[in-house]
Design a protein around this ligand. Structure first.
Ligand SMILES: Cc1cc2nc3c(=O)[nH]c(=O)nc-3n(C[C@H](O)[C@H](O)[C@H](O)COP(=O)(O)O)c2cc1C
Length: 310
């Protein structure tokens, strides 16, 4: 199974719908960008719950909502509300590397404190209606922290554990620590999903041949750099025209958003910077879009380029 990684600001429902419209079934599942829990207040999380409302996700690949936080009462309340909306699973983010998050023992900041993690699970699991899956890194400061975390996870009915083999401190630097991943893999009782730095079909094949027991792979940046990557992995058609169709659809969705023209221009350019290489374009052609100043000029430049692939 190929799973779209949660990426705050990038893989929200607008992206997931456009993607699945052009590449139906290429990505089997997505995990949503996190909904953040705040103590005593569900409002913050509910503001973003829009992203996973079933009616807004029609046409998108199936999605598992992700929660970030450690407040049992709010966790259960939100997860059970999501269950009522039809979600049979929620994912717990224990990997977020942001310093201000980790400093509060949230996200990857919980990994050095397995007993605190156990306390959250003890309070949450018995009351939870949906299944629970977890997304982790190897640790916050030290990749060995995972070895104290796994016995805790093994004590609960966890549907799957997605492992991004870096520490929180590393953010996205260096390379995934596959040696430690190999050591920890046989210790995890739940289904393991691999995540990290799969940006080519060759990366995918190398990972699968080194870890044949890992059948499910989550891909984030690789899909943004090259929307055709999942098709390449699955042996489906990879003509650049399909990437252009996707970008055209994403553009239309961005233009429909109720935000300022400046925000639309920023979003168009953000996706464009990540994905222009999938159209085999040079940097100077990329700049035709980046150097446009206004929304109409940006849209015109992008449409002109995409038309070449019609
Ligand atoms: C801009 C950005 C936003 C992200 N947002 C989330 C998030 O909301 N939840 C989460 O679990 N991981 C988040 N991640 C981490 C990704 O899901 C993934 O673990 C990471 O990018 C490594 O996978 P990749 O190499 O395939 O991109 C984010 C990463 C980036 C770069």
């Amino acid at each position: 199974m190929l799973i779209l990684a949660p990426m705050q600001g990038l893989t929200e429902v607008m992206f997931r719908r456009a993607y699945n419209a052009v590449f139906p079934g290429a990505l089997d599942l997505a995990v949503s960008p996190f909904l953040s829990l705040t103590h005593g207040d569900l409002r913050h999380a509910l503001e973003k719950v829009d992203d996973v409302l079933p009616e807004r996700n029609v046409g998108a690949m199936p999605v598992v909502p992700q929660l970030l936080g450690r407040e049992p009462e709010e966790f259960v309340a939100l997860a059970n509300r999501l269950y009522e909306l039809g979600y049979g699973e929620v994912n717990w983010n224990v990997g977020c590397p942001m310093r201000r998050v980790a400093a509060k023992h949230r996200g990857s900041g919980l990994l050095p404190h397995p007993e605190e993690m156990r306390a959250v699970l003890d309070a949450v699991v018995p009351q939870l209606k949906p299944r629970l899956s977890v997304k982790v890194r190897l640790g916050y400061t030290n990749p060995r922290e995972i070895f104290a975390v796994v016995p805790v996870l093994n004590d609960y009915p966890i549907a799957s554990v997605t492992v991004h083999p870096r520490t929180g401190r590393q953010q996205y630097g260096g390379v995934p620590d596959l040696a430690t991943f190999a050591e920890v893999l046989p210790l995890i009782h739940s289904r393991v999903i691999y995540n990290g730095d799969i940006v080519t079909a060759a990366d995918y094949r190398a990972l699968r041949s080194r870890f044949p027991q890992v059948e499910d792979v989550m891909i984030g940046r690789g899909v943004l750099y090259n929307p055709l990557l999942p098709c390449e992995i699955k042996g489906e058609e990879t003509a650049p025209r399909r990437a252009a169709d996707f970008l055209r659809m994403l553009l239309a969705a961005i233009l429909e958003r109720p935000v300022t023209d400046e925000a639309k221009v920023r979003k168009i350019k953000e996706y464009w910077c990540l994905s222009y290489r999938s159209l085999h374009l040079t940097e100077s052609r990329r700049n035709e879009v980046l150097h446009a100043a206004t929304l109409p000029a940006t849209v015109a430049a992008l449409e002109r380029l995409l038309e070449e692939y019609a």
